[in-house]
Design a binder for this molecule. Structure first.
Ligand code: WTA
Length: 656
């Protein structure tokens, strides 16, 4: 863990009551109702979750044990059999929802498509049969590297249907990053597209797959399925590569969902940590299904005639839980958008809301801050009156951005749910329930029923109200990650040992700093480990440093975050060069490009600073705290007595 100090600087007294029109039709209608629910869940979590699992999900067979907790390993609904693809599709087909829009898709060049539940079910079944024909079965991992097109969701649901865990890799990741993930996951098949649209340009996804698989470095991959999206010419490797539309032709639209054990792996999703390479977060079937189902139902409060839109990419956990699984499990209409705001079309989000009459809109603070910069005239020129609920996720939202969102986008009538959670938690953990919990701009407010969140010190003792500490969770919950793929020890070390168990009570360590105010409201302040949150994306400093050091010019690199008005944080890299290389602007650009190639554009350093040496302790540890201050242009405060060579600091300051 880094030596960062946790301070609370934010003091916010504005309080917004849920609009009564909203509360009246909401599932959880008042603060009292929330508090009763919370207390009930706290008193008997197992009964709370078991009752919901019975009411809300379809089971092929009932479980025998609600929770088997061998810290830090949890099993939920052990002995039960269910299938999330069945819960997302089949069970709606016997109701009036059969012909309801399940997925509305808006493509970047302006094309769009709507799939009803019956149509989505048929396509998922067909694709599941295609996978089976290619020899993919229960337990085989499938890599999905796709643009934001319906086939991404279809592929995920098809995998879930036959029990093949998927590992979705964000389409913005490089070939190298894709390769690492396919190797670690031992993927048997990859689903991709010839290309994807991104801000008026084509992302050559298939070329990246070819690079990732070159020279047989990922021997487990036998087949690649390619969706034709952009019609650009690509290489098709005979025997390995197949067009999606060729194989889908004439295949049966009937494929019964495989009854899965509750704890069968549903997916692996890689995320950055403070050490080493990205880790494969493992989520399993039943608990994840229940948790994303309930959080979607109570937090987004989706009604049957709502159009719900989450702007995340399916390559991130938000896309998994709140574009695909949570909404579809609830029989909702979920909108998927391939595009992104760009200079040639800065108002595109508002166009989508107007065009489809979006009622519930869920996006990231970094997007909101970018919209503020683009100006109110863009949203003001569109009819946004269909909106009734707004949400944010991914990073702390500053109160002024919250106020702008509330006023300009929500017309002062929509509650805002600021949702705190992580890839590891599977679903939303701390959040307002929009009809029940009054909001304070900048606070994620209170824990979801069943979630025992706390702010503690490093000994696990709760800190007092308004005091900064570490965000932790006391009792297991159904949506929690089960392990790090292939590395249970890393799971234990990363999440369960920073805070030692007390009296046999284990605490989940989230890696975030937070404080809890006297009203029990949580204020999340950001990462306390060496993870940088850039525009809502998690990046490990180690990952970016390794990418830099893999360049022949670089001797040593240290990466820190620096506050940024739009992205929240930007990456600043301090670099020392190998003997014969000289600092230059060209070299800076080359190094930035190199990082993009190694990881992806999301990791591009905003700034590179060359220096002769990095500040280190006598034991050789880079003092990142000092670098963070330097990057932010602040005075270097605090103790520098452990610094080995004090002149390094002066030089770095002069060099800036
Ligand atoms: C941050 C995204 C403050 C936090 C779902 C967390 C937030 C990390 C919020 C997880 C929020 C997410 N307020 N911080 N509402 N939501 N974070 O795994 O630092 O991509 O640890 O999951 O994002 O990022 P991840």
């Amino acid at each position: 863990m880094s030596e960062s100090t946790i301070e609370s600087i934010l003091h916010e007294n504005r309080l917004f009551q849920p609009p009564s029109a909203f509360s009246q039709q909401a599932r959880i209608k008042s603060l009292e109702e929330y508090e009763q629910l919370y207390e009930r869940a706290k008193a008997d979590p197992q009964k709370f979750w078991a009752d919901l699992a019975t009411q809300e999900l379809h089971w092929f067979e009932k479980w025998h044990t609600v929770l088997d907790w061998q810290p830090p390993f949890a099993k939920w609904f052990d002995g039960g059999k269910t299938n999330i693809s069945y819960n997302c599709l089949d069970r709606h087909l016997t109701t009036w929802r059969r012909n309801k829009a399940a997925l509305i898709w808006e493509g970047e060049p302006g094309d769009s498509r709507t799939l009803t539940y019956a149509q989505l079910h048929r396509e998922v079944c067909q694709f599941a049969n295609v996978l089976k024909q290619l020899g993919v079965g229960k337990g085989d991992v499938v890599g999905i590297y796709m643009p934001m097109i319906p086939e991404a969701a279809i592929a995920m649901l098809a995998c879930a249907r036959i029990g093949a865990p998927h590992t979705v890799v964000f389409g913005g990741f490089s070939a190298e990053a894709l390769r690492d993930r396919l190797i670690d996951g031992k993927a048997k098949l990859v689903v991709t597209a010839d290309g994807g649209w991104r801000k008026d340009a084509i992302v050559p996804l298939k070329d990246q797959v070819d690079k990732a698989l070159a020279e047989g470095v990922v021997p487990t991959v036998e087949n690649v399925l390619v969706v034709q999206r952009t019609a650009q010419s690509i290489h098709m490797e005979p025997g390995r590569d197949h067009w999606w539309h060729d194989l889908q032709k004439g295949v049966s639209g009937n494929c019964p969902a495989e009854p899965m054990d509750s704890e069968d792996m549903l997916f692996i999703l890689y995320t950055s940590g403070s050490t080493g390479k990205p880790k494969g977060v493992v989520h399993t079937t039943a608990g994840y299904n229940l948790y994303t189902h309930m959080t979607t139902k109570w937090i987004f409060d989706i009604q049957d005639n709502d159009v719900y839109w989450c702007t995340a990419d399916v390559g991130w956990i938000t896309g998994h839980s709140y574009i695909v699984y949570g909404p579809l499990s609830n029989g909702a209409t979920t909108l998927m958008y391939e595009g992104a705001p760009r200079p040639s079309n800065p108002g595109c989000f508002w166009d989508v809301i107007e065009k489809h009459g979006v009622n519930i809109f869920y996006t990231a603070p970094t997007a909101i801050r970018a919209f503020i910069k683009m100006g109110e005239h863009l949203p003001n020129a569109r009819d946004l009156s269909s909106l009734r609920l707004l949400g944010t996720v991914g990073e702390p939202i500053n109160p002024e951005a919250w106020m702008w969102y509330y006023r300009v986008i929500g017309g002062e009538r929509c509650p805002i749910v600021d949702t705190w959670w992580q890839t590891e938690t599977g679903g939303i953990m701390i959040t307002p329930l929009p009809g029940a919990i009054p909001t304070k701009p900048g606070s994620a407010t209170r824990p979801f029923p069943g979630i025992l969140a706390e702010v503690v010190d490093l000994d696990g003792n709760p800190v007092s109200a308004d005091e900064g500490g570490y965000l932790a969770v006391k009792h297991p919950w159904p949506g929690m990650m089960r392990t790090v793929y292939g590395d249970p020890d890393r799971f234990r070390r990363t999440y369960w040992e920073h805070i030692p168990p007390r009296d046999g009570q284990y605490l989940y360590f989230a890696g975030d700093g937070a404080r809890c105010d006297a009203d029990g409201y949580f204020w999340v302040m950001g990462r306390v480990d060496d993870v940088i949150n850039v525009a809502g994306h998690r990046l490990g400093t180690m990952e970016v440093e390794s990418a830099l050091v893999s360049h022949p010019a670089v001797a040593e690199a240290a990466v820190v975050g620096k506050p940024d008005e739009v992205k929240g944080n930007d990456i600043v890299a301090f670099v020392t060069l190998e003997g014969s290389f000289k600092p230059s602007e060209e070299l800076k650009n080359e190094l930035k490009k190199h990082v993009v190639q190694e990881i992806g554009a999301i990791a591009r350093p905003g700034e590179i600073r060359f220096s002769d040496a990095l500040p280190k302790t006598r034991s050789g540890k880079i003092m990142r705290r000092l670098l963070r201050s330097l990057a932010a242009g602040e005075e270097v405060a605090g103790d520098t007595s452990t610094l080995e060579d004090r002149s390094v600091l002066d030089k770095l300051r002069e060099g800036a």
